[in-house]
Design a protein around this ligand. Structure first.
Ligand code: PHE
Length: 366
């Protein structure tokens, strides 16, 4: 008898705990429903999952409700049902509100409106001129070759007849790259000073006829001013075949000068020195500002220098595995900045690398 009373009391306590739980849950849900809100479809879906799915709040409440003893079920049935209806009604309200909002946005969107204009970029003057140079030479059979900017001494100097420690190396001082100390220290890794290094790579890997143009960025350690740049751009050319003569070189360069600067352009070759060409020359074109009479731009001479050139030194051909008794060739190299300057009269070379749109946009129509 005593045991029976005990069990009954325990049972009552248990029922109380369960209904306490359901009470808490119902109250908490009622509070949350009032705050239910969704700014977009995604938030609405989150609400649906949180409250209405089987594993959501309502699902759990139903599980708890089902576990209640009979008399408790009767007490809570109506409340739970009402709560479910409130949640569903709130959800449907939010759904309608969102749909209406979307419609309003769509009504306001004018699909026939002229779109905002897109600012088009322009080609960089150096790219324009490089492409023009390449275009002119490609019309007479030159193809384009590319090579690394981080080079080694062999391809930039040794193969091109620059003896070690020879003063000619001072003509092209550059930046040497060292690897981490203690690991390996190859002092012969450097930034290329000219794209002639691409020419050595071509000569090492191909047999003549070779007719190639090498455009690219090159580096020199020249502190002309504190703000001077240590790189510029070149286009170099190389032609090797049987019986190539200085006359071929001169005629090719005359053709280039006329195509680039106009049919009236004259050229003049002055003797010069490069370790990799023999004979070597600097080429001037007639000053197109004064028509050759002499002005401030050409310093009164009527001529402006535009490139270096010469016949490839037999030592270079041999070093690169080409028989200098069978083949001969010419090479030339020009600075793209210089040619661009002559073409567009850009006063300050720094403008080429400052990315100032007021300067760059002037070349849009070129
Ligand atoms: N490589 C030379 C320079 O960068 C230019 C050049 C190329 C001169 C080929 C002669 C022949 O100054």
């Amino acid at each position: 008898m005593y045991l029976c009373t005990q069990i009954r009391i325990l049972y009552k306590i248990l029922i109380n705990i369960v209904s306490m739980n359901i009470k808490d849950r119902v109250e908490s849900l009622q509070a949350q429903v009032e705050k239910m809100n969704a700014a977009n479809q995604q938030e609405l879906e989150t609400l649906r999952l949180k409250f209405m799915s089987k594993k959501g709040e309502m699902g759990e409440l139903m599980d708890e409700f089902k576990a209640l003893p009979k008399e408790e079920k009767a007490q809570w049935g109506q409340t739970v049902n009402a709560l479910r209806q409130t949640i569903e009604a709130r959800f449907n309200d939010l759904k309608t509100q969102l749909a209406e909002k979307n419609e309003a946005v769509q009504e306001k969107t004018d699909l026939t409106r002229t779109p905002d204009s897109v600012e088009m970029g322009s080609r960089h003057p150096l790219s324009l001129v490089r492409e023009e140079i390449v275009d002119i030479f490609s019309r007479i059979g030159f193809t384009v070759a590319d090579g690394p900017e981080v080079e080694d001494d062999r391809h930039v100097f040794s193969l091109l007849n620059f003896a070690p420690e020879h003063p000619a190396r001072d003509m092209q001082d550059t930046f040497f790259i060292e690897k981490e100390e203690g690991v390996q220290k190859p002092t012969d890794i450097l930034l290329r000073t000219h794209t002639s290094s691409v020419q050595t790579r071509i000569m090492l890997s191909q047999q003549p006829p070779i007719r190639v143009l090498c455009p690219g960025r090159v580096y020199r350690n020249e502190a002309i001013s504190a703000r001077a740049h240590c790189f510029f751009h070149q286009v170099e050319g190389l032609y090797i075949d049987k019986n190539v003569s200085f006359a071929d070189l001169r005629q090719t360069l005359l053709y280039f000068a006329k195509e680039m600067f106009g049919a009236d352009t004259k050229i003049r070759l002055r003797p010069s020195y490069f370790p990799f060409t023999e004979p070597s020359a600097e080429m001037d074109i007639s000053c197109d500002l004064c028509g050759g009479k002499g002005c401030a731009f050409c310093k009164g001479t009527g001529w402006v220098e535009i490139l270096g050139c010469g016949m490839v030194d037999p030592n270079v051909l041999e070093a690169c595995g080409i028989d200098s008794k069978v083949y001969s060739g010419y090479a030339f190299g020009m600075g793209v900045e210089r040619i661009t300057n002559l073409k567009y009269r850009v006063k300050d070379l720094r403008l080429f690398s400052e990315n100032d749109v007021r300067f760059l946009s002037q070349f849009e129509s070129c």
